[in-house]
Design a protein around this ligand. Structure first.
Ligand code: ADP
Ligand code: MG
Length: 681
């Protein structure tokens, strides 16, 4: 008797050789066959009239043969079968290569369905090697035909005939979702949905089946995340206490008042740290929204609770900047801050390491050098990482792992990349998120202008005026395609050309991808110190670099950048109290490019821009931010924004009673399948 465990070799038409091919593709049982999901579909049921088909279209036409097909052979022996057929709007010429056996069935007066790509020639419509099926009463023809992913010697026919033999087993597939959920969200049962994938009724039912399975998949994914978060609990964290921390004193000493959004983020973080569970929190806020002080408050809290804190940044410049701001905010309270970066002198490195090990240094700021094994802490309670997408999960974890047994350190991650909420659920599902969606008061919004190259002179004049007023400027150089010199030539040529413009004679510095990190940092430092007035850069200027005196950024070929990138670039200016400008240079006339310029000129809200970017370009670019090795979804995609939202709300307060045994299994399988994934290791 056929069951889900029946070996494929017992099916009709599958001998030892084919069974081996199936095994190579990972298909051993009837059940495996049912979960070999089609990769696409041919919608052969959507027929068009012959006069409506255009060159390049893949269509189905139903047409009657005008005479018997003719067959001839080329000099090399290749068979050509030619036939002419018509419907009530026109006729089509059909040619088959190397299918001489078709001649017999293509007889005058027969009506057939032809599916394939068409071209329009001088003489009319033409199809080559279409899928050809006789029409009897129309009922024999499938509307939607699945196309399976193939491997090795397996063909569509072999696979679909094998699947057809086991389809009756679909009835035995049980639901993973609780029946109440299926009913409430009007989903198909799993058995029905899987059958529909293999034997679709029509477009509508097929969509409903895929929707139901995507829904299920997203629920499993989110429950798996929930379970993983609960699993972390097995390693406790030291719960901190408000009493005696004197956190008020820290806030009172700040030269400004925290914004409401900053207050919320601080509260989220401190509350987390008071729990015996490690904090895993992401603070997301646009550039300049004031994330550093949130981290500083958390660090103060950890140190006043008798522990140490570490802050890791992706570059030496950033680490040094953080070191200075933290020292300023924390040293008045007797908190000792150390810096540990590659260029720290060997002797000083030794001193910092010694201080961390014996507890005489409370806070260390550094780059990757912090995770080296000879960096040992006396009592690390909090690990902060800035610009988190630059670090892998493993790096984050190895810092957290330097805490004192048996505790795990609390983790705070800061990111300046605004990500639409629904996406952050998938990208940062392992973290709780606080969003700083408010700027400190008194910021003047950056004024953004779009220019075309005829107005380049105006742009240069504006830059020259800002520099004359004592400010500085960034110029993002034109992008050069296929430039294996890392933009070296582009930057240098551009700098030369500036010499003869309104900007001639102004001290400039160039950075490009060909520089050693050391040289790059040295050049950036000359700009940061004010020695150079203009920084010409081919690559994106380091995220987080803070030169408050820079008030203009000019972006050449602005159309080459996505909205989120433009927004990041623009964030290099507007960091001081003076009015700042962003000049977008573009000659591109495309609708998308124009729309991007419009959005940039109209809004400076990073989240609004991220939403617009998601609409324009889809989610792929956001994933780029967070390394590859993505989750494997079969049906769901990050473009299912609405569905992600719906299922998130459902999972959020789903009682345990809704987690069926089948769901339990599915969650385990999910963990297995995503073992290597950054979120689940
Ligand atoms: P980012 O979120 O980009 O890391 P920073 O933490 O570097 O931003 O803050 C940017 C600037 O804003 C800093 O100079 C900081 O001192 C200042 N700042 C932060 N919070 C406030 C606030 N509430 N009021 C006024 N200025 C603030
Ligand atoms: Mg920052």
């Amino acid at each position: 008797m056929l069951t889900l465990d029946t070996n494929v070799s017992e099916l009709r038409g599958i001998g030892a050789a084919r069974a081996k091919e199936f095994a190579l593709a990972g298909i051993n049982t009837a059940g495996d066959l049912l979960t070999l999901y089609p990769r696409s579909y041919q919608f052969r049921g959507d027929t068009v009239k012959i006069n409506m088909a255009e060159t390049g279209d893949v269509v189905s036409v139903i047409a009657t043969l005008e005479q018997n097909a003719t067959e001839r052979r080329s000099a090399r022996g290749m068979a050509f079968v030619t036939a002419f057929a018509h419907d009530d709007t026109g006729s089509v010429e059909i040619v088959y290569f190397n299918m001489p056996w078709l001649t017999k069935s293509l007889t005058k007066g027969r009506t057939m369905r032809f599916y394939g790509r068409v071209i329009r020639t001088l003489y009319g419509l033409k199809m080559t090697n279409p899928v050809t099926e006789p029409v009897f009463d129309g009922a024999n023809l499938r509307k939607v035909v699945p196309i399976y992913p193939l491997q090795g010697k397996l063909t569509q026919n072999v696979v679909s005939s094998a699947v057809a033999q086991v389809l009756s087993l679909c009835g035995g597939i049980s639901d993973v979702l609780h029946p109440d959920i299926i009913k409430k969200y009007d989903l198909m049962h799993r058995s029905e949905a899987i059958k529909e994938l293999h034997l679709p009724t029509d477009r509508f039912s097929l969509d409903r089946a895929r929707h139901s399975l995507a829904f299920e998949e997203l629920v499993i994914f989110q429950l798996a995340l929930r379970r993983m978060k609960q699993g972390v609990v097995t390693i406790p964290a030291k719960p901190l206490k408000f009493a005696g921390s004197g956190i008020r004193l820290f806030f009172d000493a700040l030269p400004y008042q925290l914004t409401g959004a900053q207050q919320r983020a601080v509260k989220d973080a401190l509350d987390d740290m008071c729990k015996p569970v490690p904090m895993m929190r992401l603070v997301q806020g646009d550039v300049g929204s004031g994330k550093t002080v949130v981290a500083a408050a958390a660090i103060y809290f950890a140190v006043k609770n008798g522990g140490q804190a570490a802050m890791m940044a992706p570059t030496e410049i950033l680490a040094t900047q953080h070191y200075h701001s933290l020292t300023k905010m924390l040293s008045p309270f007797g908190i000792r801050v150390g810096l540990l970066i590659g260029s720290t002198k060997a002797k000083d490195k030794q001193l910092v390491k010694q201080g961390l090990a014996d507890g005489s240094i409370d806070v260390v700021v550094g780059t990757h050098s912090l995770i080296q094994s000879d960096v040992v802490f006396d009592n690390l309670l909090l690990a902060v990482t800035d610009e988190q997408h630059r670090f892998g999960v493993m790096q984050r974890a190895s810092l957290v792992g330097k805490s004192a047994e048996p505790y795990q350190a609390h983790t705070l991650v800061m990111s300046a990349t605004p990500i639409p909420r629904t996406l952050s659920l998938i990208l940062y599902g392992d973290l709780d998120v606080s969003i700083i969606d408010q700027m400190p008061p008194g910021r003047q919004p950056i004024v953004t202008y779009g220019y075309n190259s005829k107005k380049r002179g105006d742009a240069y004049n504006l830059i020259a005026a800002e520099i004359a007023a004592g400010h500085q400027a960034y110029i993002i150089c034109p992008l050069v395609e296929e430039d294996d010199e890392g933009g070296k030539r582009a930057a240098e040529t551009y700098a030369e050309q500036l010499g003869s413009s309104a900007l001639g004679g102004i001290p400039t510095e160039t950075v490009h991808g060909r520089l050693s990190p050391k040289e790059k940092e040295a050049r950036m430092a000359r700009f940061a110190s004010g020695e150079a007035k203009i920084l010409i850069s081919t690559t994106v200027v380091e995220v987080g670099v803070d030169v408050p005196n820079a008030t203009v950024i000019m972006i050449e070929n602005a159309e080459c950048f996505g909205l989120s990138q433009l927004h990041q670039l623009r964030g290099r200016v507007g960091r001081g109290s003076c009015q700042s400008y962003c000049l977008l240079m573009s000659d591109a006339g495309g609708a998308n490019a124009k729309e991007r310029m419009r959005v940039m000129c109209e809004t400076s809200d990073g989240f609004a821009i991220a939403e617009a970017d998601l609409r324009q370009r889809g989610p792929g670019d956001f994933f780029g931010e967070r390394q590859s090795g993505e989750l494997s979804f079969e049906f769901a995609g990050v473009s299912d924004v609405e569905l992600i939202g719906t299922t998130a709300a459902l999972v959020k307060d789903m009682p345990d009673g809704y987690i069926t045994y089948a769901m339990d299994d599915a969650i385990e399988t999910f963990f297995d399948r995503n073992k290597g994934n950054r979120m689940f290791n």
